[in-house]
Ligand binder design. Structure first.
Ligand SMILES: NC(=O)c1ccc[n+]([C@@H]2O[C@H](COP(=O)([O-])OP(=O)(O)OC[C@H]3O[C@@H](n4cnc5c(N)ncnc54)[C@H](O)[C@@H]3O)[C@@H](O)[C@H]2O)c1
Length: 253
């Protein structure tokens, strides 16, 4: 599973799963663009990984079409093209839907769903004629819901539909599009969520008990799946999703 001579853009790569994917891709030989709304974080990750390969930090918001277009243009200028896109930048949006403000709804849709659409829309013309791979980070929340997570769940289910549609529309150009559905992965997002639970320690214990494999996932677990789907090893895999959850959903959680 190598990405030698490939150019990859990873969104939301300043921390968590995105940073893990950026690191894994650099180790696999790719030139990697670390795109994030957190400019300092993106710069730090790109700088750290530049010891191992070619990297570029780009500051932007996935929900801004101007930022997305600019990032893709800058990538092509710097590295000569784009072969792999990992749409990963996402936010949480806790709250009951009946109490949810339409402004909060618009923001979570703009980042978690429209941002994926915008990056795909603008990267596809760059992949035509050379092929490519798009990996969309969804979630097990595409299939299972917990009370108080509805807006997030809607975006994660939407990503699966977007993935299928993009795969159909672009298969003839050699562009493969797949999703990854992680379960609980230990990242700043998970820590923030744990911190707002009434009893974070008890919730953590309960979460661990959900996993037949006996642990939470790591960014590296998701990064390995992203590398597989982006590599030649997955040459005939498109329009589908890979669940990376330590058998949590198989156990009914
Ligand atoms: N952590 C989990 O358990 C888990 C499980 C399933 C799916 N996911 C998904 O994986 C992805 C990454 O999650 P994480 O846990 O690493 O999150 P995280 O909060 O730890 O990191 C998210 C990164 O995205 C960036 N970001 C946020 N909004 C952005 C925007 N508008 N434009 C550009 N960058 C932006 C943040 O600055 C941050 O660097 C998300 O799509 C999330 O929904 C996470």
């Amino acid at each position: 599973m190598r990405l030698d001579h490939k150019v990859a853009i990873v969104t939301g790569a300043a921390m968590g799963i995105g940073a893990g994917i950026a690191e894994r891709f650099v180790q696999a030989g790719a030139a990697v663009v670390v795109f994030d709304i957190n400019a300092d974080g993106a710069r730090q990750v790109a700088e750290r990984l530049s010891q191992q390969g070619r990297t570029l930090a780009i500051h932007g918001d996935v929900a801004s079409e101007e930022d997305v277009q600019g990032a893709i243009d800058q990538t092509v200028q710097e590295f000569g093209g784009v072969d792999v896109l990992v749409n990963n930048a996402g936010i949480e949006g806790p709250g009951l839907l009946a109490d949810y403000s339409s402004a909060d709804w618009d923001r979570i849709q703009a980042v978690n769903l429209k941002g994926y659409f915008l990056f795909a829309k603008h990267v596809i013309p760059r992949m035509r004629g050379r092929g490519g791979s798009i990996v969309n980070i969804s979630s097990v929340h595409a299939f299972v819901s917990y009370v108080g997570n509805g807006a997030y769940d809607a975006t994660k289910a939407g990503i699966i539909g977007l993935t299928r549609a993009l795969a159909l529309e672009n298969g003839a150009e050699g562009i493969r599009v797949n999703a990854i559905c992680p379960g609980y992965i230990r990242t700043p997002m998970t820590d923030d969520w744990l911190s707002i639970q009434p009893d974070p320690e008890a919730t953590l214990k309960q979460v661990l008990s959900f996993h037949p494999l006996g642990r939470m996932g790591t960014p590296r677990d998701v990064a390995d799946a992203a590398l597989f789907l982006s590599s030649e090893a997955a040459a005939f895999i498109s329009g589908t999703f890979l669940v990376v959850d330590g058998a949590m959903t198989a156990a009914g959680h």
